[in-house]
Design a binder for this molecule. Structure first.
Ligand SMILES: Cc1cc2nc3c(=O)[nH]c(=O)nc-3n(C[C@H](O)[C@H](O)[C@H](O)COP(=O)(O)OP(=O)(O)OC[C@H]3O[C@@H](n4cnc5c(N)ncnc54)[C@H](O)[C@@H]3O)c2cc1C
Length: 390
């Protein structure tokens, strides 16, 4: 059985980063993945261009039962650190919107960059077999297909269960349970929400997108696009809100993010003969304007409507309530919220308090970023924290 300083399970974003950092420190590292190649999720990320970080990275943009946990790792490996690495490898990038940095070329450049760094640091890679883990005294032994290995340090970097088609599994949670680590209930996040009942009527808007401000009951507002789909609601604003949404709760959508306050009553004073529907159409895309105006049951010249009715209509348009009946689940979720409880881990080294030598990083941990490169930044930062400690 071959001996290593550290074995890292999962050659995704965070496992590659941890292996690179530990390898560069002269550690003998074995990286294991059951997939046939490393970094498969990186390859499909950001529509194939990998939104690899966000310039607006700040602890408040991460969701966790302990909002302070991510601070230490995020402060020690910043977006600038990752940009420096990208630039050393001459990978061209651009800022798309809201601080989101994407590769100009294909995402495989990021995987190649990380793997080049790992192989220069003599990291060994085993692919194609799931691993079985045993604790033997102070060490961990791993069986992986026909091969086995042992190390005093084991890094759990196998991600969350989002998109099982890409090789995602609940392996990290199974291993956490085996070692007695607590979990925060894992839920699909950055995922489209589904509508039922009365809201099903919005299906007729399938394909319509609009700039909105969307919010869940216990989350911040997100000013981005929302998209109606044949199953419910999607688009960046809704994906963001889905990470905060809980079953049974409503979400609120402001369809008038750019309209001035008292827009309808002011329009009535300016020109009472104008049809109210024309005014709504000025603010909202055609089909959306029609559907919402039908729901509000307002029609005719605006002068024929009382200020009270206009005020009610405007308030409804600024806080339209939907009660999703669910989400499209782990099959469509970009990420998982919840996971291995942060209380189990050191925020500096990501090492388990109960099981010395076991580190947990990346999506497996109860830290979830907003949409827009934050989740990779967490993967790099937590991977670098563990890589510096193993
Ligand atoms: C479609 C899509 C697009 C995305 N785009 C972006 C984006 O542009 N920007 C962004 O910041 N985030 C994006 N994300 C989220 C991002 O991919 C994750 O946050 C990130 O990959 C998490 O890194 P990780 O290393 O923790 O997990 P992963 O990248 O999922 O890696 C886990 C690895 O563990 C392996 N594994 C699982 N189980 C086992 C096992 N039992 N044995 C051995 N190996 C195992 C898997 O094969 C995988 O290689 C996207 C996600 C999806 C699904």
């Amino acid at each position: 059985m071959k001996q290593y300083d550290a074995i890292i399970l999962g050659a995704g974003a965070t496992g590659l980063m941890a292996a690179m950092v530990a390898g560069q420190r002269g550690r003998q590292v074995l990286l294991i993945d059951h997939a046939d190649q490393p970094g498969k999720k990186i390859l499909i990320s950001g529509g194939g261009r990998c939104n690899f970080t966000n310039l607006g990275t700040a602890p408040e943009r991460f969701i966790s039962a302990n909002p302070h946990f991510a601070k230490s790792a995020l402060a020690r490996h910043t977006p600038r650190d990752f940009i420096d690495l990208v630039e050393r490898h001459r990978i061209e990038w651009h800022e798309k919107t809201l601080g989101q940095l994407f590769c100009d070329g294909p995402a495989r450049q990021i995987v190649a960059m990380l793997w080049d760094e790992c192989s220069a640091a003599a990291v060994e890679l085993w692919l194609g077999h799931p691993a079985e883990v045993e604790r033997t005294g102070d060490a961990f032994s791993i069986r992986c297909g026909p091969r086995s290995a042992t190390a005093p340090r084991l890094v759990l970097a196998t991600g969350g269960p989002s998109i099982p088609k890409m090789g995602a599994t609940g392996f990290a949670y199974d291993l956490a349970r085996k070692f007695g680590l607590k979990l925060v209930e894992p839920r699909p996040a950055l995922v489209p929400l589904t509508l039922a009942g009365e809201d099903l009527l919005f299906r007729e808007l399938s394909g319509v997108a609009a700039p909105v401000i969307a919010s869940a009951a216990h989350g911040p507002p997100f000013r981005e696009a929302a998209l109606f789909t044949h199953r419910g609601l999607s688009g960046p604003a809704i994906l963001q809100v889905s990470s905060y949404w809980r079953n049974g709760e409503e979400i609120s959508i402001d369809f008038l993010p750019d309209a001035p306050a008292d827009w309808l009553t002011r329009a009535k004073r300016a020109d009472p003969r104008r049809p109210v529907r024309r005014l709504i159409e000025q603010q909202l895309a055609g089909r959306l304007a029609e559907t919402l105006a039908d729901r509000l049951a307002i029609d005719g010249p605006i002068g024929g409507l009382s200020d009270h009715a206009l005020d009610l209509a405007e308030r409804k348009l600024r806080g339209w309530r939907f009660r999703p009946n669910g989400s499209e689940g782990f099959a469509k979720a970009e990420i998982t919220t919840g996971g291995i409880a942060t209380g189990e881990l050191s925020s500096k080294t990501m090492e388990s308090r109960k099981v010395p030598g076991l580190h947990v990083i990346g999506e497996a941990v109860d830290v979830t970023g907003w949409l827009g490169g934050y989740n990779f930044q967490w993967a790099w930062a937590s991977g670098a924290a563990a890589g510096a400690a193993i």
